[in-house]
Design a protein around this ligand. Structure first.
Ligand code: ZN
Ligand code: ZN
Length: 291
């Protein structure tokens, strides 16, 4: 293969120093987009509570942006999360003026209810964005190595045994999310903390990014290039998304402060990444096909 895909180059930017170079998957966003473009309906799950009542700002903005892109392509999209992250997901969808097709699941019934929901919608794809994936010990861990199973329902169970014919996609940044089972052996090399938190949950297409939201934006960028139709949000909408999540009770997953930052990075950084992706999509759409 020739030059690296510029979407990959942006997603691989490790500004928050998560060490993703060790488990980055080139081509992941493009493969996910190609698969989604052929699908008809998607269930998107997100929401990561890093502590009690502390749903993080990484995840819901990405879910809303990717969900809108899919809806604009004519797919049906529903969102599933648990109680603690539901206000963030709702706020993110409203910030984009999107319909709130949201199922908020009480913790204990998470997987059963989600399975019912999947049965009703009969989706072609399950998409997880920054959603806890269980470790080898069956438990859920945050990036500090603290147990978070009390605040995050076992929605990853859907991905462990997906209904037949469903394609699964996982987007993450820390090794402990749904999908990271695909790169587990590489992630484990990062040391004892990685060995504790590494998820075993595999997916058909894994997208790794410096920030999970960026991974979702990267898939929306690849969908834009494939469809020759701009589907990304604007930098101003990024500001609205993150701010809305904080107003709905969200916290930064790294600093745990209730301020409009994501993974310890200022809002302007996220707006800049959106601008870079928009430029890239614009160039690709106008500059002839090289897909
Ligand atoms: Zn993460
Ligand atoms: Zn993150």
């Amino acid at each position: 293969m020739g030059a690296p895909d510029p979407v990959d180059q942006l997603l691989a930017l490790d500004l928050a120093a998560r060490g993703i170079a060790g488990f980055y998957r080139p081509g992941g966003a493009r493969a996910a987009a190609r698969s989604l473009a052929r699908g008809r309906g998607m269930i998107v799950t997100t929401g990561f509570a890093v502590g009690p009542g502390m749903a993080e700002t990484d995840g819901p903005p990405g879910a809303a942006v990717l969900g809108r892109a899919l809806r604009l392509l004519g797919k049906s999209v529903a969102y599933v999360t648990d109680d603690v992250a539901a206000p963030l997901m709702e706020a993110a969808l409203k910030a984009l003026g999107e319909p709130v097709e949201l199922v908020a699941l009480p913790h204990a019934e998470a997987v059963d209810s989600a399975r019912h929901r999947v049965g009703d919608i009969r989706p072609s794809h399950l998409v997880a964005i920054e959603r806890p994936g269980r470790a080898a010990d069956g438990r859920y861990w945050n990036a500090r190595g603290e147990s978070v199973g009390a605040w995050n329902g076992p929605l990853d169970g859907l991905f462990l045994k997906p209904p037949r014919g469903l394609t699964t996609i996982g987007i993450g940044d820390g090794g402990n999310e749904i999908g990271m089972g695909n790169v587990r052996s590489r992630f484990l090399r990062q040391g004892p903390l990685a060995r504790k938190i590494a998820s075993v949950v595999r997916v058909d297409h894994l997208v790794v990014a410096g920030v999970s939201n960026w991974g979702a934006y990267g898939v929306a960028a690849q969908l834009s290039i494939l469809a020759r139709q701009p589907l990304l949000h604007t930098a101003e909408e990024e500001r609205k998304l993150v701010t809305a999540c904080v107003q709905a009770g969200g916290v930064d997953g790294i600093t745990r402060r209730r301020v409009p930052t994501v993974d310890g990075l200022p809002l302007e950084t996220h707006m800049a990444v959106v601008e870079l992706l928009r430029t890239l999509v614009d160039q690709r759409i106008r500059g002839g096909s090289r897909s």
